[in-house]
Design a protein around this ligand. Structure first.
Ligand SMILES: Nc1ncnc2c1ncn2[C@@H]1O[C@H](COP(=O)(O)OP(=O)(O)OP(=O)(O)O)[C@@H](O)[C@H]1O
Ligand SMILES: [Mg+2]
Length: 326
């Protein structure tokens, strides 16, 4: 750890997937192996008690970063370093970060009662000594997320989408994590319910001193939640800055387009038009800057040379040949 302030340091993270056809097909069709670079040279830090958001279009690598950070995937290259856990915590926990997923229906075992779903990490890590203490802790966790202790006897299907996400949050908190990775935690929910869950997550962050890596494609949500934002495009971070700096003075042309296209209920297709269609495939990324085919500012150099990440005017980093110099 370079700085004791950082909860997480991610350095030059790369993840490549082998997406080749099966061996026999390749032999018959004489096709080479194919590799997909889902995440490329991603570097960021998250300060303790803060929220860093990853934003970008579908397929840019957000969930892959989340899965790398929580240990669900191994990196192809690069390093992930968490700050040492707070003193007094019991050891033996397999992960330093807990994850909250988009679809609470899929992540909660439908055959288990809510009480057992929330109790499982407490039992597994031996965080309480007696069955009574486990029950008390489960009741506390359900109250913390705005449910009733009586809900522990019910099954996940008896709850609404928003309530199920509260159960997921209670379960994630059960193992007393300091770091939560939230992958589109509200994008499956109605707008009014989204706001309630986001507000719950913010107040939990304040009360428990949690650190968040928060993933969303919705910039309005991200602005509400994050202290700092990293914008991803085809596996790379193209701009990173404090939330107000990024919204007030976006310097990468991709960030500028994203900000113009904050989802509009009245014109759901407008963003696609403004953006110049779908992003290119990460299987066959454009040469030079991956964004140049869609970029309104693209010059010759952009199709030849990938722009390096450099200091951003006003703080942060930006990877664009055309961005203002510091
Ligand atoms: N296990 C895997 N095997 C092969 N390719 C994968 C795998 N996981 C992700 N990918 C590919 O990696 C790229 C990044 O995927 P990822 O799920 O990280 O994107 P995302 O930003 O989370 O997208 P979304 O907003 O749709 O959730 C995509 O091209 C995806 O098809
Ligand atoms: Mg995803």
């Amino acid at each position: 750890m370079r700085s004791s302030e950082n909860a997480l340091e991610v350095d030059q993270l790369t993840r490549v997937f082998d997406v080749s056809s099966p061996w026999l097909n390749r032999m018959i069709e004489r096709k080479p192996k194919r590799y997909l670079r889902a995440v490329q040279d991603v570097t960021f830090t998250v300060q303790k008690g803060r929220c860093l958001a990853l934003v970008g279009e579908s397929g840019c690598g957000k969930s892959t970063v989340a899965r790398l950070v929580t240990g669900l995937y191994d990196p192809t290259e690069g390093a992930i370093v968490f700050a040492p856990a707070r003193k007094g915590l019991r050891i033996g926990r397999p992960m330093e970060a807990q994850m909250i997923f988009q679809d609470p229906h899929a992540s909660l075992n439908p055959r288990w009662r809510v009480g057992d779903i929330v109790a499982e990490p407490i039992r597994e890590f031996g965080l309480r000594d007696t069955a009574e203490e486990v029950d008390v802790r489960v009741a506390d966790l359900l109250k913390i997320v705005g449910l009733s202790p009586d809900d522990s006897r019910r099954y996940p299907h008896e709850f609404s989408g928003g309530q199920r996400q509260r159960i997921s949050i209670a379960r994630a908190l059960a193992s007393e994590p300091e770091f939560l990775v939230c992958d589109e935690p509200t994008s499956a929910l109605d707008v009014s319910v989204q706001a309630q869950i986001l507000n719950l997550m913010r107040s939990l962050q304040d009360e428990l001193g949690l650190t968040y890596l928060f993933i969303s494609h919705n910039l309005a949500v991200v602005r509400h939640m994050a202290d700092r934002i990293a914008v991803m495009y085809l596996g790379r971070i193209v701009e990173e800055a404090d939330t107000e700096a990024l919204f007030g003075d976006p310097q990468h042309p991709y960030t500028q387009l994203l900000l113009q296209t904050i989802p509009d209920v009245a014109a759901p297709n407008r963003d696609r038009e403004l953006m110049g269609g779908e992003p290119p495939s990460p299987l066959d990324p454009p040469k030079g800057c991956a964004f140049h085919p869609r970029c309104p500012l693209a010059a010759d150099i952009c199709s030849r040379e990938a722009p390096p990440s450099r200091d951003r005017h006003g703080g942060g980093v930006v990877a664009c040949h055309m961005a203002p110099s510091t």
